[in-house]
Design a protein around this ligand. Structure first.
Ligand code: ADP
Ligand code: MG
Length: 229
């Protein structure tokens, strides 16, 4: 099978005893290489929790996460960190850039963290900045950029480690619809061109035509929405 990412009967419970809340209830989902899946659902329904679990930022209470045929659910913290660095690219709602690093250094930080900072990494960073139309901002700091530019930097940074899995949590929330669409198109192009598997949480129905499938979460339960409905 060419499923890159498999979530198998994931439960997530926060807290314990009387105050515990089940946020995800037997959620199963498969994403193939080259597939771009949208996740929709009301606020508080567990979308961000699902993405955090898919990206090894958070452990599930029950269930398995399989990335590239490897079950990562029970790996020790150190190995999880490694998987995040090597296989996963996150794009969040706010770009989460580091204020005191230039645009180019935000990208190079990723290769430094992965321990593969070299000339190749610099070339890759410059190539990505060019591709995302940011090369004239290489030496700028985040505060001098527009919201759309910041989000493009966040994307370039997420591409830096050439991740197999892309996870985007409301990446267009702070953008107007035209800039939002440009950002989602960039995600879609990367998924198709380089055979990535991607999950994107969105509230914006106008973006759904750029995705291959839409899944819906409510009260922690996931269901598939047939395309076109
Ligand atoms: P969404 O992204 O769909 O808006 P979230 O996944 O952020 O929803 O949150 C789902 C539910 O889980 C919410 O009720 C939220 O309050 C709760 N929740 C999220 N993270 C935690 C946490 N660390 N501890 C306790 N409850 C949490
Ligand atoms: Mg959320």
């Amino acid at each position: 099978m060419n499923n890159k990412l498999i979530l198998d009967k994931i439960d997530k419970v926060f807290g314990d005893g009387d105050s515990s809340v089940k946020v995800l209830d037997k959620v199963s989902l498969q994403v193939k290489a080259g597939e771009f899946v949208a996740v929709v659902g009301p606020s508080g329904s567990g979308k961000s929790t699902l993405l955090s679990i898919a990206g090894a930022l958070l452990s599930p209470t029950n269930g398995r996460i399989i990335i590239d045929d490897k079950d990562i659910s029970k790996l020790p913290e150190k190995k999880m960190n490694r998987i995040r660095l090597e296989k996963i690219g996150f794009v969040f709602q706010s770009s989460n850039l580091i204020p005191y690093l230039t645009v180019r250094d935000q990208l190079l930080l990723i290769s430094k963290l992965a321990g593969n900072h070299n000339k190749e990494a610099e070339k890759r960073a410059d190539g990505l900045l060019q591709r995302l139309d940011l090369e004239h901002h290489s030496d700028s700091y985040p505060q001098s950029l527009s919201g759309g530019e910041r989000q493009r930097v966040a994307i370039a940074r997420a591409w830096m480690n050439d991740p197999e899995i892309i996870l985007a949590d409301e990446p267009t929330a702070s953008l107007d619809s035209e800039r939002g669409r440009t950002v989602v198109k960039m995600l879609a192009d990367e998924v198709r061109l380089n055979e990535k598997a991607a999950l994107m949480v969105t509230h914006d129905k106008r973006m759904l035509d750029l995705c291959d499938r839409v899944v819906y979460i409510e009260d922690g339960k996931l269901s598939e929405i047939p395309k076109g409905s």
